[in-house]
Structure formats: C-alpha cells, structure tokens
Design a protein. Structure first.
Length: 253
C-alpha cells in the first residue's frame, strides 16, 4: 500500500498548451494579462487546476496558435518536472478559421472547396507537424502524461432542417472536416504513446442526454456570427465546463 499511496500523493505539475479551444476563446471572463491570447478563467485547464489544486499550473495556450507557435513560444513552459500536459492543436495549421469564414460568407461551392483543401492538408502535411510537436513536448517533459484533446463536431445534422443559417451541405462538410482533424490527432497521439481525448461524444446526442451542438437548443458552441468571427464555432463557458472538462479530467486520471 505504501508505493500506491506515494504515487497518489505525487505532486502534479500541469502545463496547458495549444490554441483557442484550450485558451478558452468564446467562454468570456478573459484574464487581462493574457492579452490577445484570450485565456479565459472558464477554460478547461483553469477549471481543472481550480478543482484539483496541482502543485503548479500554467497555461500558455493562445488564440490562433499553430504547431509552429507551440514549438516556438509554448514548449519553453515545460520542464523535467512537468507531469501533465494538455493540448488542442491543428485547426489553425489547416486554416479552419478561414474555412469557417468562407462557409459563413460565401456560397456552398466555395465552402465545400475550402473544406476539401483543408482536408487535403490534414491528410498530407499535418501528421508530420503533429509528430514533431508531440516529440518535442516529450523531449522537454519526459515524465509527463500528454493528453491531446480533439475538436467537437460543430452541428447536430439531425436538426439542420429547422435550423437557420448555413446549408446542410455546408454543415455536413464542416463536421466531416472536424472528423478528419480528429482522426489525425488520434493517430498522432497513438503513434507517440500519448492519450487522445475525444470530445465529440460529450457534445453529441446520447440516449438519455440532449445534444449540445449548433442547431440544438442547449448548444455549448457559438454559432457562426459574421460580427464575432473570432468566437464563432468555439465552446461557450458551458462547453468548456461540461464539454471539455469532464473529458480531460477522465483522461488526466
């Protein structure tokens, strides 16, 4: 029992990396010192740290971050004493923010072309970038559990017929793009002996619980808003708290 108790009491040193889904864009209550990175006090890393009181915690997640940004400016937060790392990454590499703008502002044909181009990037170029990123994180934090969180499907397509806004074809393509991205993230995590945490089931419909995607009455995602593009398609505070946090908590152990 002694070794088990010692492991349970081992200090947790947690570093949160990644993009806007980890910084908490869309959740509000932004921490003023985070500036344009828009880190929210309601983001899942802050909430996990608040609930679990790790020995140390820092989030360097930043709105707009790519894998190159993680390598250049976020991994220096890691050290040999880091025991837990979370990251969402890849969406900005694939240009999904511009894809979503295209889908919001232009006809379906433009949207489908933009999604197809992003999917081609995810298939051909993103895997090597993800491998380099995860290998660098491992080199800088050799003792850490690394949790790679995915992205939710954006739309409940079963409700699309009665949901104003984008066409069902656009919405289907965007969901497919998210699935392709999650597939790449899951494969990279597996290849590097890291943990992939899939949030899609948490946002989607369950047998008992209601769904919380766009087009659902209790959506945990901001729908597209041409006047607030930056928060469009990002989790609300509820999406961070009820969508991302439970999935990360389960993966973190």
């Amino acid at each position: 029992m002694g070794p088990t108790a010692a492991r349970a009491a081992a200090p947790v040193n947690y570093v949160a990396l990644g993009d806007s889904y980890s910084s908490g864009v869309g959740a509000g209550d932004y921490i003023s010192s985070s500036g344009s990175c828009e880190r929210s006090a309601d983001a899942y890393p802050e909430q996990w740290a608040g609930a679990n009181s790790p020995a140390s915690f820092v989030s360097v997640a930043c709105s707009g971050a790519t894998t190159a940004d993680v390598l250049a400016s976020q991994v220096p937060a890691l050290s040999a004493s880091t025991t837990l790392v979370s990251i969402t990454i890849g969406g900005n590499d694939a240009g999904f923010s511009s894809v979503m703008e295209t889908c919001a502002l232009w006809p379906t044909s433009s949207c489908l072309n933009a999604v197809a181009a992003a999917e081609a990037f995810v298939a051909s170029q993103l895997p090597a970038r993800l491998d380099t990123t995860l290998q660098t994180i491992r080199a800088d934090a050799p003792a850490a559990k690394i949790v790679v969180l995915g992205y939710p499907d954006l739309y409940d397509l079963s409700q699309s017929g009665s949901c104003i806004g984008l066409s069902t074809a656009d919405r289907t393509a965007l969901n497919q793009g998210a699935d392709e991205l999650d597939g790449a993230l899951a494969a990279a995590a597996l290849a590097n002996d890291d943990t992939f945490a899939d949030v899609r089931g948490q946002f989607a419909a369950h047998e008992i619980f209601a769904a919380h995607e766009i087009c659902d009455s209790g959506s945990w995602l901001h729908s597209v808003d041409i006047f607030a593009i930056s928060s469009s398609y990002h989790p609300t505070a509820a999406g961070q708290d009820l969508g991302y946090l439970p999935v990360f908590s389960a993966a973190a152990g």
